[in-house]
Ligand binder design. Structure first.
Ligand SMILES: Cc1cc2nc3c(=O)[nH]c(=O)nc-3n(C[C@H](O)[C@H](O)[C@H](O)COP(=O)(O)OP(=O)(O)OC[C@H]3O[C@@H](n4cnc5c(N)ncnc54)[C@H](O)[C@@H]3O)c2cc1C
Length: 385
């Protein structure tokens, strides 16, 4: 069937962003004959995995079932970093919360209780005593987690792809797939360069996954989100050595979060801030480009409310980035409902990066054995959403 490739692979991984690069690395590490394909050349700035940092944390407010996966993801980042000889994970500590009863603090405490995690539940007054750069109402409920921090998305993807290549994976870049098929004999797909065959397929095309899967899974909604960098002006209270990662409630409006400036982050240097789930639905092919000035202004105003020292600090950069929302904001990971030789990973709903290494392992298991011992049942593509 193939013309451009004389090889039949064990597995082809389509989409080499966060999840696909880690799946490819894991499959190659296990000695599988693998091909990875991407429409661009990851790490790149047209999908969901750019901007220098991604928050990582254990006491997961979104649902306690994520915690075992997170524990394994922490190890996965550290293993990737060790193999590549780079730093991928920074443990700055993390503070999150809002008014009494806010879902974030309550969810963190619940996860911590269920999984015996160490967190510190404090009030707003104590937060400001510990971290004077913040300004919040004194009676707010805040949860601190010392093991929270951030990981580096571009460096992670590069480490995974370098590792995959070193272990024998073939990688085809700037080659969007336009058609794929699966049947009992295997899988077949086509790019502008040719056609390829394999026993199994991993589909991890991020914000493009709706087009790739059609109506095989619940509808996915790509949204354009905005990231803003504020000049840190060398302020020690804005550096990773003196500021935790943070997220604060905004009374029903999208939460505001921030990642401190850190050494080696490249230019522009500054604190990275954003509004979680502020974006509007977009066609992923049209999402790249100049950030919306009104969203940038709204983001900066929300930061000023909580970090008074941001008054007068210049916005040194702003970028667009894509979320892919699932109907219930939980990930969709498992076998394709109609094809047992196709594994899918999508709908990461703006919180997936921190899981990339463990999702990579799960995808490698699914593509190799048709199942996994990792506890991903709650993310099944066939669950009710
Ligand atoms: C602003 C912002 C902030 C975020 N903050 C956090 C955070 O703090 N913590 C956290 O855990 N998560 C965070 N996330 C979410 C996280 O980054 C994403 O969940 C994760 O990056 C999704 O990875 P992915 O592999 O699904 O997509 P991507 O990394 O975008 O990879 C998909 C890849 O598929 C390729 N592709 C698409 N179509 C095709 C095709 N037809 N053929 C070949 N290749 C194709 C694309 O080029 C791309 O490289 C954030 C996201 C954004 C946008």
């Amino acid at each position: 069937m193939s013309d451009a490739s004389d090889a039949k692979f064990d597995t082809i991984v389509v989409g080499l962003g966060a999840m696909g690069s880690c799946a490819l690395a894991e499959l190659a590490r296990r000695g599988r004959r693998v091909l990875g394909i991407d429409r661009f050349a990851p790490p790149h700035e047209r999908g969901s995995s750019h901007g220098g940092s991604r928050v990582i944390r254990l006491s997961y407010f979104e649902h306690p079932d994520y915690v075992p996966l997170l524990r394994r993801a922490y190890d996965g980042f550290d293993r990737l970093a060790k193999d590549a000889g780079v730093v991928l994970r920074y443990e700055t500590g993390l503070v999150m919360g809002g008014p009494t009863g806010n879902r974030v603090a309550a969810g963190m405490v619940r996860s911590a209780r269920e999984h015996d995690l160490k967190v510190d539940a404090i009030d707003g007054a104590e937060l400001m005593r510990r971290h004077p750069q913040f300004s919040v109402p004194k009676d707010w409920e805040i949860v601190c987690e010392a093991r929270g921090g951030f990981v580096r998305p571009e460096a992670t993807i590069k480490a995974a792809l370098d590792g995959a290549r070193a272990a024998g994976a073939r990688v085809e870049l700037n080659a969007p797939i336009d058609v794929w098929r699966a049947d009992g004999d295997g899988v077949w797909l086509r790019t502008a360069r040719g056609t390829y065959e394999a026993r199994t397929l991993v589909l991890a095309t991020g914000a493009w996954m709706g087009g790739v899967l059609g109506d095989a899974v619940a509808p996915l909604r790509p949204t354009r989100e905005t990231i803003v960098w504020l000049d840190d002006a060398g302020d020690p209270s804005w550096q990773a050595s003196g500021m935790p990662v943070w997220l604060f409630d905004r009374a029903g409006a999208p939460e505001i979060y921030g990642v401190p400036a850190f050494p080696g982050m490249g230019e522009p240097h500054g604190m990275k801030v954003g509004l979680h789930c502020r974006g509007e639905e977009v066609d992923p092919n049209e999402a790249f480009g100049v950030a919306d000035g009104a969203v940038v202004a709204e983001t900066i105003a929300a930061v000023r409310e909580r970090i008074p020292s941001s008054q007068g600090r210049a916005c040194v950069n702003a970028k667009n980035c894509l979320y892919t929302m699932s109907p219930d904001s939980h990930f969709i990971v498992g076998l394709h409902p109609a094809h047992s030789n196709v594994a899918v990973a999508c709908g990461f709903s703006g919180h997936g990066f921190k899981f990339a290494p463990v999702i990579g392992e799960a995808l490698a298991d699914l593509a190799t054995d048709g199942g996994t011992k990792l506890p991903i049942g709650f993310l099944s593509p066939t669950r009710k959403m």
